[in-house]
Ligand binder design. Structure first.
Ligand code: SF4
Ligand code: SF4
Length: 462
């Protein structure tokens, strides 16, 4: 078996780091490296059984050379972060193009540069090995498997081995309300971005290259970290690796027996469920009754405040946020409204309310959607919910992480009149709560319209 090793834009560290391993595995398996200038083999072969490529495509000359190599190689491996993700050369994208002119003192650039891209953007790659540089032990195992597979005429398919070799270990983070399952996480970082947008920074990347994971500082449980349990990360995870503690099974068990269980549903959850299933709210209420609840009542949280405690956290999330990031304002906090107790289940857009439940159970809107998803809604008899019996005292509110943080900053500086204010951290308020279904622009617009309809019909109390 003839192997060629080529390099494009990058530091060449992968080849230096792994050449010993490659030589050892080749000797063991009877394969031969026939092209690798690093060890004096600089005569190119017209054809290869396997070509290993390190580095990113940086010039149009690179891209032509790469296409030619692909046509001469039976199998091709992309080695390291530069080949796979454009790595260090990719940083060029974030720099001012005039910087290159300055480096070359205004002279024409030696080669025509192109937008730096991973080699997978130009050609089909049979195997990729991640890392900056890749872990040596994992590399040897994969390299051995690739060579043996090709030699035996039964090369393995990428998806059979990819995960085994791309990740060394999994870090799972536990918590009373939230769990990150490292086994499922593909380190896309969407949750990290969501947490940053909340101004919390409780989760981030840790470790380098093949060992990179998303975790809390020192992998401490969520409850011990700065996590405020808002659940915004759960809304963006494409694989459900970061999720709320589910009370669905408990509720299903209770509902499978004769029960006097009442469901309380928040207007934002009702709006989301009605939009998700594209049904009138009465059908959603009817489906919950068909599922076994004795009755369904609209739940409007009751807020309390006085001059001594004018900051009203909508939930545990805002209370935690102030306690952690604005401890100087903690004495001004009133209690967040508690979920109803007794024999009841609260359906809420707010994931943090799971942390407040004392007696009753709490389902997020997502869980409630699952609960009724196997009911034929065409067969359901529409039912009106039990309405709130009295008007709750209303206060002004501020919502969204940026607005809440701005408000707290100004409050700290004494700029604002110290009037009672409800604080809602989630973007758009409770409609955008961390327990809502995964929404896109269209679903969110329909949820908004449904909420307006609910407010103007069901929630009008004289
Ligand atoms: S629940 Fe909120 S605060 Fe906690 S990790 Fe997720 S986004 Fe960050
Ligand atoms: S969003 Fe999900 S898959 Fe992506 S890094 Fe976070 S937990 Fe992992």
């Amino acid at each position: 078996m003839r192997i060629g090793i080529y390099s494009f834009g990058g530091c060449e560290g992968c080849r230096y780091w792994l050449i010993d391993s490659m030589l050892r595995v080749c000797e063991e398996l009877g394969a031969e490296i026939v092209y690798e200038p690093l060890i004096g083999l600089s005569k190119e072969n017209p054809e290869y059984d396997l070509v290993i490529i390190e580095g990113a495509v940086c010039t149009d000359e690179d891209s032509e050379k790469l296409q030619r190599l692909r046509s001469r190689a039976k199998y091709l491996v992309a080695l390291g972060s530069c080949a796979l993700l454009s790595g260090v050369p990719g940083l060029k994208r974030f720099t001012d193009p005039r910087a290159a002119e300055m480096v070359y003192f205004g002279k024409p650039l030696p080669k025509k540069p192109v937008d730096v891209k991973p080699i997978t953007a130009y050609i089909h790659v049979d195997y990729w090995i991640r890392g900056c540089p890749p872990d040596r032990e994992n590399f040897e195992r994969l390299f051995r498997a690739i060579i043996s597979g090709i030699a035996s005429g039964r090369p393995f398919k990428l998806h059979e081995r990819r995960l085994e070799f791309c990740r060394e270990e999994f870090t799972s983070i536990e918590g009373s309300v939230l769990r990150l399952d490292g086994d499922k996480c593909m380190v896309c970082g969407r949750c990290v971005g969501a947490c940053e947008r909340m101004g919390v920074y409780a989760i981030d990347y840790a470790y380098r290259s093949i060992s990179t994971v998303v975790t809390t500082p020192f992998s401490i449980p969520f409850d011990e970290s700065t996590c405020v349990l808002c659940g915004q990360c759960t809304l963006v995870c494409p694989v459900g690796a970061i999720r709320e503690r589910s009370d669905l099974e408990k509720v299903q068990r209770i509902l499978s027996r004769p029960t006097a269980l009442r469901a309380y549903i928040e207007p934002e959850s009702l709006a989301a469920m009605s939009s998700y299933f594209n049904r009138e709210v009465e059908v959603i209420i009817g489906a919950l009754i068909a599922r076994g609840f004795e009755s369904v009542a609209i739940y409007v949280p009751e807020y309390h405040a006085d001059v001594e405690r004018p900051l009203i956290p909508a939930s545990e999330a805002e209370r935690r946020f102030i306690n952690i990031f604005y401890p100087q304002l903690a004495e001004l906090l009133s209690e967040p409204p508690a979920p109803p107790g007794g024999s009841s289940v609260l359906i809420t857009p707010c994931l943090a309310k799971k942390a407040q439940a004392r007696e009753g159970l709490v389902l997020t809107t997502r869980e409630a959607i699952k609960l009724i998803s196997n009911i034929d809604l065409d067969e359901v008899e529409g039912t009106l919910p039990i309405m709130p019996s009295r008007k709750s005292i209303t206060f002004r509110e501020v919502h969204g992480p940026d607005n809440v943080i701005r408000f707290l900053e100004e409050y700290t500086r004494g700029v604002r009149v110290k009037e009672p204010m409800i604080l809602k951290m989630c973007p758009g308020g409770c409609l955008g709560g961390g327990g809502q279904p995964y929404y896109n622009e269209d679903l969110y617009r329909r949820m908004n319209e449904a909420l307006a309809r609910i407010s103007s019909t069901l929630l009008v109390i004289d």
